[in-house]
Every structure is written in structure tokens, then in C-alpha cells.
Design a protein around this ligand. Structure first.
Ligand code: SF4
Length: 235
């Protein structure tokens, strides 16, 4: 099933959107806009995406495995042993992955949570899994991850759910070891992200304005466009 089909077959809409008319933007789209408005415009207006190059899909595989692992404990109403004692909350039951916010008749914003906890006050805590190739315990949180948690809290709230003032990033990082006979040891590192921006409507509005305007300028320090400028005379 394609992502588009998947989105519109969920029951998460407060009102059923018009499939043809509404353009649904995600956290990744907003981050794309922050990196370069031109690439964002080309991608979401014309469907011209930057070439991906050779990319590892290992993180996607990890995500699927982790979701299944958490789901298996949801059925038992327990926290998975990998995070037991590290978090004071339970898994949301039933779990709903996708949440939507309709900005206007033409645009909306959606997010797909990896997991969601509920604390003792009945507040929802969004979770995103991160697979790290370098030790996450020594790194500052990227601004994109802060934005993501702020956006998920906004979406949950807009869907009439009580929310905590924070979310979690759960990092999974392969441990350096020579002993692999009993499985591949992973470091599980949990980072609590305090909510910074409550209302993310301005972000959506900015994205909508860009899409409704003419094609923006290229980002001056982008390697791709600089390369293209140099080679286009040979075409
Ligand atoms: S500068 Fe060009 S290639 Fe780079 S991100 Fe922007 S539009 Fe895309």
C-alpha cells in the first residue's frame, strides 16, 4: 500500500478530507523547507525530488522490528524490558500511528508516531525511535528532532488528547563488543525533549505561503545546485 493510500485509509481524520484537494505536509516536508525553500517547492509542487543516491535502508528495518517489539508488550499491558525502569508511563492502548490537522481547505499537516506513552495523569507522550551509528550519549539533540516532538504534541492536542509537556527520543545504538554469540548488544538511550513551541501553525503557514508563491531562490551553499550551475553549459 502506498503512503498516500495508507494515510487516507486510516480512521484518524476529524473530518474526512477531500483526497484530491488537500495537500498533506509532514515533519520531513517542513524540515525540507528549512534546508532549502526551492527544493521544497520543487518537491511538493512539481513532484521533482532530489536524487537520493545510495542509501542504507537498515534504519527502516530497525523501525519495523522495534514497533513489533513494542506492540507485543502492548498486548501484555507491560513496558518492554528494554525500557523498563527508565520511563514512568505505560504504552497507549490501542496505539494510533497517524494524526492529522487540517490547516485550511487546501493544506493539512500530519505526523506518524513511532510509539506513544500515557503517564499517570492520562497525558500522552509521543515517542520517536532513532537508530544511531555514533554514540548518541555524547551528542546534542538536533533542532529537527526538537521540532518533531513539538509537532507531534501539537497534533495530539489538536486531536483533543491531553498531552504532557514533553516527548521522548529513544536511541538504539550497537554496542562495541567482540562478544556476539548471545545476540547483538544494543545501547538504549532515552532523551526527554521538553516542549518548546506549542503552536506550530506558523510553520505550516510558512510552508503554505512558499507553495503558493513563485519558485524560490536556490540555497547558495548547496553542493547540488552549485554543481548543476557549473555543468549546465555542457548540456
Ligand atoms: S540549492 Fe538546489 S539542489 Fe540544493 S537543496 Fe536547493 S534547490 Fe535543491
Amino acid at each position: 500500500m502506498s503512503l498516500q493510500q495508507d494515510l487516507f485509509s486510516t480512521n484518524n481524520f476529524k473530518e474526512k478530507p477531500d483526497k484530491k484537494k488537500v495537500k498533506w505536509l509532514s515533519h520531513s516536508a517542513i524540515e525540507e523547507l528549512n534546508r532549502c525553500p526551492r527544493c521544497f517547492w520543487l518537491s511538493h509542487k512539481e513532484g521533482i525530488k532530489q536524487p537520493e543516491g545510495i542509501q542504507s535502508r537498515l534504519a527502516n528495518r530497525f523501525d519495523v522490528i522495534l514497533k513489533r517489539y513494542f506492540n507485543s508488550y502492548r498486548e501484555k499491558n507491560q513496558l518492554p524490558p528494554l525500557i523498563q525502569g527508565k520511563i514512568k508511563a505505560s504504552l497507549k492502548r490501542p496505539f494510533k500511528e497517524a494524526y492529522f490537522y487540517k490547516f485550511n481547505n487546501d493544506f493539512g499537516f500530519y505526523g506518524k508516531l513511532d510509539e506513544c506513552f500515557i503517564n499517570e495523569n492520562g497525558e500522552h507522550i509521543p515517542v520517536d525511535f532513532k537508530t544511531a551509528s555514533s554514540d548518541p550519549r555524547e551528542k546534542e539533540t538536533l533542532s529537527a528532532y526538537q521540532n518533531q516532538i513539538d509537532e507531534y504534541l501539537f497534533l495530539l492536542e489538536e486531536n483533543n488528547l491531553k498531552v504532557a509537556n514533553f516527548g521522548y527520543l529513544i536511541y538504539f545504538f550497537p554496542e562495541m563488543t567482540v562478544e556476539l554469540s548471545n545476540g547483538f548488544p544494543m545501547i538504549v538511550h532515552i532523551v526527554k525533549i521538553e516542549r518548546k513551541i506549542k503552536d506550530i501553525r506558523k510553520r505550516i503557514e510558512k510552508a503554505v505561503k512558499v507553495l503558493q508563491g513563485p519558485i524560490p531562490e536556490s540555497s547558495p551553499d548547496c553542493n547540488f545546485c552549485n554543481w548543476f550551475d557549473k555543468v549546465k553549459k555542457y548540456y
